[in-house]
Design a protein around this ligand. Structure first.
Ligand SMILES: Cc1cc2nc3c(=O)[nH]c(=O)nc-3n(C[C@H](O)[C@H](O)[C@H](O)COP(=O)(O)O)c2cc1C
Length: 219
C-alpha cells in the first residue's frame, strides 16, 4: 500500500481504527511517512507553540532499545516506525520569534497579536508553574491523535502506548539529561498483521452529560 491509497474520510477512520498489537514488518514508503509527519504537525497547539518533540524510531537497534523501555511490548520491534511523542513545557519561555514571524507572514495574526503574544505567552507559561508539563503533554497528545487518524485514513494501523518507563524512553531518544522533556505517548505505525475487534464503549449516558455531571446525555 502507498500514499496513492484513497484516504478514508474522518468518521470512517475514527470508527475503523483499532489498537493493533501485531504488525507486519513491511516498510512504510518515505513519501507516505513524510505525509504522516506533515499531517501530525498540522495539529493545533496552545499559542501555536508546537511544544512537542516527535522522534521517529526506525533503526533496528533503536527499536530494540525502545521495546525494552516499553516493557518489551512487541509492537515496537515489529512496526517499521514508532513515533515517540515528547513535550517541552518550557517552550513558552523560549524565543518565540520564528512562531510569531510565521503567524504574521501567513496573515493569520496581525502585528498587534504577535506583540501581545511576545509578552503574554511567557507570562502564561510562568503562571502554569507545575502544570507546564501537563500543558505540553496535552499538545503532544493532540498531535499523536492526528497521527493515528491520518495513519488509519491512509491504510496504516497504530497503537497508542502508555506502557513504558519514562526515564528509559528518554535515554533511548538521547534526552536523559533534559529535565524539561516529558514523554507523552509512544505510537508504533505500520501494516496490521491481525484483525482486532472493537472492545466496545460504555453507554453514552455513563460518561456523557448534559450541562452538569448529574444529568446523563440520552442522545
Ligand atoms: C493513552 C493510551 C495508552 C495505551 N497504552 C497501551 C499500551 O501500552 N499497550 C497496548 O497494547 N495498548 C495500549 N492502549 C490501547 C488500549 O488498550 C485501547 O485503546 C483500548 O482497549 C480500546 O481499544 P481500541 O483502541 O481498539 O478502540 C493504549 C491506549 C491509549 C489511548
Amino acid at each position: 500500500m502507498s500514499s496513492q491509497v484513497q484516504p478514508l474520510d474522518v468518521p470512517t477512520a475514527i470508527l475503523q481504527r483499532r489498537s493493533i498489537k501485531t504488525f507486519k514488518t513491511d516498510p512504510i514508503s518515505p513519501e507516505l511517512l513524510k505525509q504522516l509527519v506533515e499531517l501530525t504537525i498540522a495539529a493545533p497547539s496552545s499559542f501555536n507553540l508546537q511544544d512537542w518533540r516527535i522522534i521517529l524510531i526506525q533503526d533496528e537497534a533503536q527499536k530494540a532499545a525502545l521495546a525494552a523501555a516499553c516493557w518489551n511490548q512487541p509492537q515496537v520491534v515489529q512496526a517499521p516506525v514508532t513515533f515517540v511523542f515528547a513535550a517541552d513545557g518550557t517552550d513558552g519561555l523560549n524565543d518565540l520569534t520564528p512562531i510569531l514571524k510565521t503567524g504574521v507572514e501567513t496573515g493569520a495574526w496581525n502585528e498587534k497579536t504577535a506583540e501581545y503574544f511576545k509578552s503574554a505567552v511567557p507570562q502564561f507559561t510562568e503562571g502554569l508553574a507545575d502544570k507546564q508539563r501537563e500543558y505540553a503533554v496535552k499538545d503532544a497528545m493532540i498531535a499523536s491523535t492526528h497521527l493515528v487518524l491520518a495513519a488509519e485514513s491512509l491504510g496504516l494501523s497504530t497503537c497508542f502506548m502508555n506502557g513504558w518507563m519514562e526515564d528509559k524512553v528518554k535515554e533511548v531518544i538521547g534526552a536523559a539529561d533534559d529535565p524539561n522533556l516529558a514523554i507523552a505517548v509512544v505510537v508504533p505505525v505500520g501494516y496490521a498483521a491481525e484483525p482486532r475487534l472493537n472492545p466496545g464503549r460504555l453507554p453514552l449516558g455513563d460518561r456523557v452529560f448534559q450541562e452538569r455531571v448529574d444529568t446523563p446525555y440520552q442522545g
